[in-house]
Ligand binder design. Sequence first.
Ligand code: PMP
Length: 437
Amino acid sequence: MSFGPRLAELRESIEAEYRQRTPASGAMHARAQRHMPDGDTRTGIAFAPYQTYIESAHACFLYDVDGNALLDFNYNATSLIHGHAHPAVVTAIQRQAARGTAWSAPNPLQIELARDLCERVPSLEQVRFCNSGTEANMQAAKAARAFTGRDRLLKMDGAYHGTYDGLELNATEARGIPRNVRDNVVLAPFDDAAAAERLIVANRHELAAVIVTPVFTRGGLIPPSPGYLAALRDITRAHGVLLIFDEVISFRLAAGGAQDLYGVTPDLTALGKVIGGGLPVGAFGGRAEIMRVYAEGEPPGLTHAGTFNANPLTMAAGLAALELLTVPAFQRLADLGGRLSHRLAAVIGDDSAFQVNRVESLVSLDPRPTTIEPAAAEVLRLIRLALLNHRINMPGLCAVATVMTEVDVDRLVDAFGEVLGTFGDLLVPTTSGGVSA
Ligand code: PMP
């Protein structure tokens, strides 16, 4: 596919600089292909020509295998809210590692983390731990099905809830998922309360739950319109359908997650990322009446086993991270997010094919709704690659961390301005809604 000579020229020079700057990463990329399909074990983080291999990280920097220090705005997909290797978290992990990492018995720390989460998040009366956001959503769905005795789930088309079959489905085909999984999934457009209501009413006798990321974070950052989440709450309640918030990312937006920010309390909540302090984690919970499906008794409780559930290492790291997550910390995150989005928006201006979206500490540079792919995606890839050449890691969804300063934020803004200068009018929308590539 051709995007025109200007973009081809830029691509050549940006990629050449990237290759020249990262030869060790290039060699590792080639080696990795031999042992792992596509050279990696994590979908969604690859980019052309190849990824940067990171060997260590500290505070707001990633250190790559070629000796480059990259200012990070990714923080492992928004999870390291205090930056990399925060001393308090490192100490907590070290202390616990020396005291054992897992055993088939509960530990005191899990009670502390469960209590902390229940105190923070409005919907959580009780909680259980698992090892990923995927599992947290899967178990929330399972609890909803067991509680209601119904099978179907309504999810928003395109939303990402991890890789559980029943929640991975979108309107586009998903290879490897049995066709009959679709029988139990209803898809609705995000942020459209009227459409959700129609679908909930039509499926009310089969619907166990509606699951939604309160802020849409896949392929762009979209906050909910005022009243949308409250409408979902009212409609589900009116029809005896449970409401699940996937707060795996949005927990970082306020002391009690997005449900606290928007003042809407779901029945069940799935968590992950931040609450593990950088170690693998998931948690799900909600009303005690629903969570009782996991209690032993009559009928027998649901199976939710897991060799590493609530392991003390993760619990220790999570507690250390949450202890630092104070009201002033959230204020600082919001201030940094605000500064980043305002300054980026000022750099791109009003007549760009792209726009800056922001919710608290999350910021995203997205094509305007009228901008047509795929040229926009290629322009975004090249902007990110050019920023890597400026030693800045700017992912699709940017997050700020409490250890960052205004200087760090301004460094991205300045580099972004320079990069945009080289793109010139490639970022201006064409009359047909494309980018002028
Ligand atoms: N839900 C959301 C909203 C997510 O963004 C993610 C991961 N990015 C998940 C669930 C899955 O979490 P995990 O990768 O820990 O399985």
